[in-house]
Design a protein around this ligand. Structure first.
Ligand SMILES: Nc1ncnc2c1ncn2[C@@H]1O[C@H](COP(=O)(O)OP(=O)(O)OP(=O)(O)O)[C@@H](O)[C@H]1O
Length: 351
């Protein structure tokens, strides 16, 4: 069952077309991350789901109900939607309690049990986000991470069908971001609410989402599980935008074999088990740094031979640049795989 559906939605602002006939399904309890470069239409899509904008054409469905098309738009407070923004958007003159209780008083669909016992419900939510007992504080008495937790509690207090989050962690420092990621995942597991989460940060999307929707120029470039998006990108744009990618040059002699070509060397066949048909025309094979394996070169070894041109220590991993023919390939290995600068290595491609 879907908790929301976007059907052929276009959105124009004057001459600018922010979304082009876009389709999207958000399954019940699914965590969907919208990922894409600045200006690709992520926020516009979120605002359409929330009810702040109307589609120029197409329909928005939430909970099996059409909530917007060209002719009508159900207002945000009637859609059972919770929202969290980058900027927290707390009311500075209201206490934590007053901020969090607000949706219980103003949203249309609030379970009676929460309306009748708002103190109990608010206390439960504050406990869930790790702010138990902070009801009487004002926003200016809270840290950035605490403010974002209040915003989160306010967004989930009335048990929304859909939780919309627009770069909720981008104003927090790296450590706090990691911690809040875990807490958002915990809340998602506990409540089972469907989430649409806008981010610029591909690692956030890969780590948290069930479905990643990569957008470009107001269109969906690719949608799929994090594994699909990472290991089976369907365009060079997705391969480059999500994670790092090497583009190996050669020839697609048949769909299951890529012939790697280097100047002055015999071609090396690479068997592939996934569909790379969208790369056939360009005669390239996208390969992630963790899909290349290195071995020390020994006399008489054949295959793809390269030379270490750079190495970076990255904590638990080593990031190598390997010169193969005229190209540099990025390779990630675990810390035990030590090769020295200019050492010859044998490279195995495992896609
Ligand atoms: N109210 C508006 N009036 C005119 N143009 C707009 C309006 N809102 C958005 N746009 C345009 O629509 C396009 C998509 O904008 P949107 O904010 O949805 O992108 P985004 O992917 O969220 O970008 P960012 O990651 O920078 O927030 C952009 O070209 C933007 O300039």
């Amino acid at each position: 069952m879907n908790s929301a559906r976007v059907k052929g939605v276009s959105k124009k602002f004057g001459d600018v077309t922010a979304l082009h006939h876009l389709d999207l399904q958000i399954g019940q309890g699914e965590f969907v991350a919208l990922l894409g470069p600045s200006g690709c239409g992520k926020t516009t899509l979120l605002r359409l789901l929330a009810g702040f904008e109307s589609p120029t054409s197409g329909e928005i469905w939430i909970n099996q109900e059409c909530v917007a098309d060209q002719a009508r738009r159900k207002p945000p407070e009637e859609r059972r939607i919770g929202m969290v923004f980058q900027s927290f958007a707390l009311w500075p003159h209201l206490t934590v309690y007053e901020n969090v209780v607000f949706p219980l008083q103003h949203q249309k669909h609030v379970p009676a049990a929460y309306k009748d016992n708002p103190k109990v419900r608010v206390a439960q939510m504050l406990e869930m986000v790790g702010l138990g007992g902070m009801e009487e504080r004002f926003p200016n008495q809270l840290s950035g991470g605490q403010k974002q937790r209040v915003a989160l509690a306010r967004a989930i207090v009335f048990n929304p069908t859909l939780l919309l989050m627009d770069e909720p962690l981008s104003s927090l420092d790296a450590e706090l971001r990691m911690q809040m990621r875990k807490e958002i995942q915990f809340i998602h597991r506990e409540l089972g609410t469907s989430i649409v989460y806008v981010t610029h940060d591909q690692s956030e999307a890969l780590a948290m989402a069930d479905q990643i929707v990569v957008m470009k120029g107001g269109r969906v470039e690719q949608a799929g599980s994090p594994q699909d998006i990472y290991y089976s990108p369907q365009s060079p744009f997705v391969a480059k935008f999500v994670g790092r990618a090497n583009f190996l040059k050669g020839n697609w002699s048949c769909p299951n074999t890529f012939l790697l070509e280097r100047q002055g060397e015999p071609a090396v066949p690479i068997a592939v088990s996934r569909d790379f048909s969208s790369f056939h025309a360009q005669q390239i094979l996208p390969v992630r740094p963790d899909q290349l394996k290195l071995a020390a070169w020994q006399q008489g070894m054949e295959g793809v031979i390269g030379k270490v041109s750079h190495v970076q220590f990255q904590g638990r991993e080593l990031l190598y640049s390997i010169r193969v023919g005229e190209d540099d390939w990025e390779v990630v290995t675990d810390i035990s795989q030590r090769f020295s600068y200019e050492e010859r290595v044998c490279v195995e491609v495992c896609v």
